[in-house]
Design a protein around this ligand. Structure first.
Ligand code: RNT
Ligand code: ZN
Length: 428
C-alpha cells in the first residue's frame, strides 16, 4: 500500500521532471510530444485467457492439453464472464491508452448448454460485443483448437481422419465469421488468429502429408472472402510444444509460405522459436512479404513458458523494431502469456505497461543513432545507442500515465491489492 504521503507528494514532481526530460530529448532532436501522440494511437490487445488460466466458459469438460501448461494457484481467478469482464475493467483502468480485448472461442457464453465448437455462433458473443462497445474496446478473436476431445490426440486441422479435420474446419470457419461480425459491430477490424497444436511427440514417418492436409484445411477455412475492414486472418507458427517435441506441423516455414502465398497476416509469438532466437529481427523481413503481422508478445524462460512480459532487452528489441521499421500501423500487438502464480490482474497490468513503456523508449530514440549509421560511423552509433539507455524516459512515462488518468509508478499496485482484498478473495 502506498502511503498517502507519497501519493500526495509525487504528482507535484511529475511536471518539472517531465519538462527537464523534454528539454534533454529536444537537445537530441527528439520530439517528445510527437512520441506521446504516437504512443496513444497504438492499441495493445489484452489476452482474455490470462484472467482464468485459459479455462473458458464451455461445458465440454476437457483438460487444457495442446502442449499448453499453466502453473500456479493464486486465489481469485475469474469463474464467469461477468467476473472476467470486471477483472479486465480493473486492469484496463491501470493501463494508459485505448486498447483491445483478445477473445478465444472457448470464452463464449453458452448459458450452461453443451455447445460444441462446430456450433458456435455470434449469439454466444453478444455480451462481449455489447461490453466492448460500452468500454470503447476493439475485439480480436481466436478459434480454440485445443482443450477438446477431438484434439486429445494432438491433431486438429492436419488430422489423418477427414471427419476430425472437417470438425475443426467448421470451427475455424465459424470463428472467422464471428470475428468479422465483431469487427463490423465495433467498426475496427478484428484480427482472427489461428493457432493449432498439431505435432508429433516422436519422429514422424511422414512430415509432408500432414502439412499438405493442413494447407488444404486452411484453404477451406479461408475460402469465403471477408472484408478486411471487418476481419483480418492471422496464422501462428510454433517450433514445438510439450508432447509435440519432434515436429510441429504448423512450423515457421510452413506458415511463412502460407501467409505470403495467401496474403494472410503472420503471427510471431516471442516464445515460439529457439530460446536464443528473437522475433525482433524477423519483423522487418516478414513485413516485406506479408501485408501485416500480429505479434504475440510473450516471455519464454528456457522454453515457451509464457511468463509475464518484463522490461528486458528482448522486449525492448521487439518494440524498437515495430517502431523503427516505420510500419507500426501494419503490426498488431497482442500479449500472450498465462501466469497463475501471481495476481492475474497484476499480470495483465505489468505486461501491458511494460510493452507500452518499451514502445515509448523506441519512439524516443535519438535520430543521431540512425544518422551515425548512415554516415558509416559505427563507433558513434554504438556510443549513442548506449548513452540513450540512460535518457530520462521514466519522467516521460510518468507524465504520460498521469495525462491518461492512470496511476503513476507503482501506485497501481495498491489498487490491485485493494481489489484482491475486496473482490478476488471473496471468490470460492
Ligand atoms: C500457443 C500459442 C497460442 C495460445 C493462445 C491461447 O503456444 O501461443 O497463441 O497461447 O491461443
Ligand atoms: Zn501465441
Amino acid at each position: 500500500m502506498s502511503s498517502p504521503k507519497t501519493s500526495r507528494a509525487r504528482p507535484n514532481k511529475i511536471e518539472p521532471a517531465y519538462r527537464l526530460a523534454h528539454e534533454r530529448y529536444a537537445s537530441l532532436g527528439v520530439d517528445v510530444d510527437a512520441a506521446l501522440a504516437a504512443l496513444a494511437k497504438i492499441p495493445i490487445s489484452l489476452h482474455c485467457w490470462q484472467g482464468d488460466d485459459v479455462g473458458g466458459f464451455e461445458s465440454l469438460g476437457s483438460a487444457l492439453g495442446g502442449g499448453l501448461a499453466v502453473t500456479g494457484n493464486h486465489p481469485g481467478k475469474a469463474r464467469t464472464p461477468d467476473e472476467l469482464r470486471a477483472d479486465l475493467e480493473k486492469a484496463l483502468s491501470l493501463i494508459p491508452g485505448q486498447h483491445r480485448l483478445n477473445l478465444h472461442a472457448m470464452y463464449g457464453e453458452f448459458g450452461g448448454k453443451r455447445v460444441d465448437r462446430d456450433e458456435i455462433d455470434l449469439a454466444h458473443f453478444k455480451n462481449w460485443i455489447d461490453w466492448a462497445k460500452s468500454e470503447g474496446l476493439g475485439l480480436d478473436f481466436n478459434p480454440t483448437c485445443f482443450a477438446h476431445p477431438k484434439a486429445a490426440d494432438g491433431f486438429t486441422l492436419s488430422h489423418r481422419d477427414k471427419d476430425i479435420r472437417q470438425f475443426w474446419v467448421e470451427h475455424c470457419r465459424r470463428s472467422r465469421e464471428i470475428g468479422a461480425a465483431m469487427g463490423k459491430a465495433l467498426s475496427t477490424p478484428c484480427v482472427t488468429n489461428l493457432w493449432i497444436p498439431d505435432g508429433f511427440k516422436d519422429t514422424p514417418a511422414d512430415r509432408y502429408a500432414p502439412r499438405e492436409r493442413l494447407a488444404s484445411s486452411l484453404d477451406e477455412v479461408f475460402k469465403k472472402p471477408l472484408p478486411a475492414k471487418h476481419n483480418l486472418d492471422a496464422v501462428e507458427p510454433k517450433l514445438f510444444g510439450i508432447g509435440a517435441e519432434s515436429c510441429t506441423v504448423g512450423s515457421h516455414e510452413f506458415y511463412l509460405g502460407y501467409a505470403i502465398t495467401r496474403r494472410k497476416l503472420l503471427c510471431l509469438d516471442a516464445g515460439h522459436f529457439h530460446p536464443t532466437e528473437s522475433i525482433a529481427d524477423k519483423i522487418s523481413s516478414v513485413l516485406l512479404y506479408v501485408p501485416e503481422i500480429l505479434l504475440h508478445v510473450s516471455r519464454g524462460v528456457r522454453w515457451d513458458s509464457d511468463h509475464v512480459v518484463t522490461f528486458n532487452d528482448d522486449l525492448q528489441a521487439i518494440a524498437r523494431e515495430v517502431i523503427a521499421t516505420g510500419h507500426a500501423r501494419r503490426v498488431h500487438l497482442g500479449l500472450d502469456y498465462f501466469d497463475a502464480s501471481i495476481n492475474r490482474i497484476a499480470a495483465w497490468v505489468i505486461g501491458a505497461r511494460n510493452l507500452l513503456r518499451a514502445l515509448l523508449v523506441a519512439l524516443l530514440e535519438p535520430p543521431g543513432i540512425r544518422a551515425a549509421e548512415l554516415a558509416g560511423d559505427n563507433t558513434a552509433r554504438l556510443a549513442l545507442q548506449e548513452e540513450a539507455r540512460a535518457l530520462p524516459f521514466g519522467a516521460v512515462w510518468d507524465y504520460y500515465c498521469e495525462s491518461k488518468g492512470v496511476p503513476v509508478g507503482e501506485a497501481w499496485l495498491a489498487e490491485v491489492k485493494g481489489y484482491e482484498k475486496n473482490v478476488l478473495s471473496k471468490r470460492g
